[in-house]
Design a protein around this ligand. Structure first.
Ligand code: NAG
Ligand code: NAG
Length: 331
């Protein structure tokens, strides 16, 4: 009902704008009609609600909201490792969020950054390392609990998937770039482990990743990730661009992207969820999406007070760096 309402408003707005601009009712009608046909022809319907529900509302042991360990729980264990996955399960997470990356010989592995410097004892871009070279590195080398966990390997995507299945964890696959490689590697995983259709979701900041994923495999549950002002500001709020014009321009793009995410892209991609930076969440915001059949998941929720707000007020799932204690955000 509401979705139809949205559409009537948008297409009327387009019609009016074009009509005012061109002073031609025929031209405006034609353009609006073309736009409508484009949306209908090129959008992917969302996966069935019961399938999305299995992924986004898995049985939480305590009856609470779903709790997803960010990068496997980067505060509690070395991020994006098999140990992190095991720890997350032991500490009561319902799922883990994992980052996909590729070695120079095309092996899908877990790594958040473009380089291995921050998390391992190696250096340089992942994309310049052979898998055999990456395998020799210690993924626990830079972690605050490195003595507790000693040596950890960088896992392959498949190893991580199998570990999650073993522990019945939901997986949030986070895809940053390389849409073609990522989509084909993930598609392989869904073919090999069909249980993933009921227990995983592919998310990205990039709508084209999600669109491509659904084009390749329309049965996959997907989400768009959103952080307002992402193009103009870093995670900590400082401007990306030093020039005033740069800031202004990226700011305009941010407004457009924000509008597109909330009004067009979610529908075109047929996403089941939107993953939103926690500072921009409210009950009204959650309600906006609930009316459109889309779940909201907040990130990165790291304090007991915030977790309580999600559990008792918003009643939605969240992504956290720690299942055990309050901690700072690990960007
Ligand atoms: C990193 O640590 C592992 C395990 O201790 C070791 O085998 C490897 O040689 C180290 N690599 C570098 C580049 O220091
Ligand atoms: C997903 O779960 C439903 C309901 O339990 C089940 O019928 C279906 O076979 C499952 N799909 C896969 C691929 O495991």
């Amino acid at each position: 009902m509401l979705q139809l309402g949205d559409e009537v408003v948008y297409f009327s707005a387009v019609f009016l704008l074009v009509m005012l601009g061109t002073r031609s009712a025929a031209g405006a009608s034609l353009l609006t009609a073309c736009l409508y046909v484009f949306m209908v022809m090129f959008r992917f319907p969302p996966v069935p609600a019961d399938q999305a529900g299995r992924v986004l509302r898995p049985r939480a042991p305590s009856g609470g909201v779903p709790v997803v360990a960010h990068r496997g729980g980067s505060h509690d264990a070395p991020e994006n490792t098999l140990t992190a996955i095991r720890e997350a399960s032991r500490n009561g997470a319902t799922g883990v969020e994992l980052d996909l990356s590729f070695t120079t010989d095309g092996v899908a592995v877990l790594m958040h950054d473009e380089t291995v410097d921050r998390t391992t004892n190696g250096s340089g871009p992942v994309s310049k390392l052979q898998f055999v070279q990456l395998k020799r590195l210690d993924a626990a080398a830079r972690h605050r609990l490195k003595d507790k966990f000693s040596v950890e390997k960088v896992p392959t995507l498949q190893e991580a998937v199998q570990e999650c299945i073993k522990h019945q964890l939901t997986i949030f696959f986070d895809v940053k770039g390389q849409p073609d490689k990522a989509v084909s590697a993930l598609h392989e995983m869904y073919k090999k482990f069909p249980v993933l259709y009921n227990s995983s979701i592919v998310s990205s900041f990039e709508p084209k990743v999600i669109y491509k994923m659904r084009q390749t495999n329309p049965s996959v549950v997907t989400a768009l990730t959103h952080r307002p002002w992402r193009l103009s500001r870093f995670d900590d709020g400082t401007p990306r661009s030093v020039s005033t014009w740069g800031q202004l321009w990226t700011g305009v793009l941010d407004v457009l992207l924000d509008w597109a995410h909330h009004h067009i892209l979610w529908k075109l991609c047929g996403v089941s969820a939107i993953l939103v930076q926690k500072d921009f969440l409210s009950l009204d915001y959650v309600q906006y999406w609930a009316e459109r059949g889309v779940e909201v998941v907040g990130w990165t929720v790291n304090t007991a007070v915030e977790k309580d707000y999600y559990q008792n007020l918003l009643k939605i799932g969240y992504i956290t760096d720690s299942l055990l204690e309050d901690c700072d955000s690990h960007y």
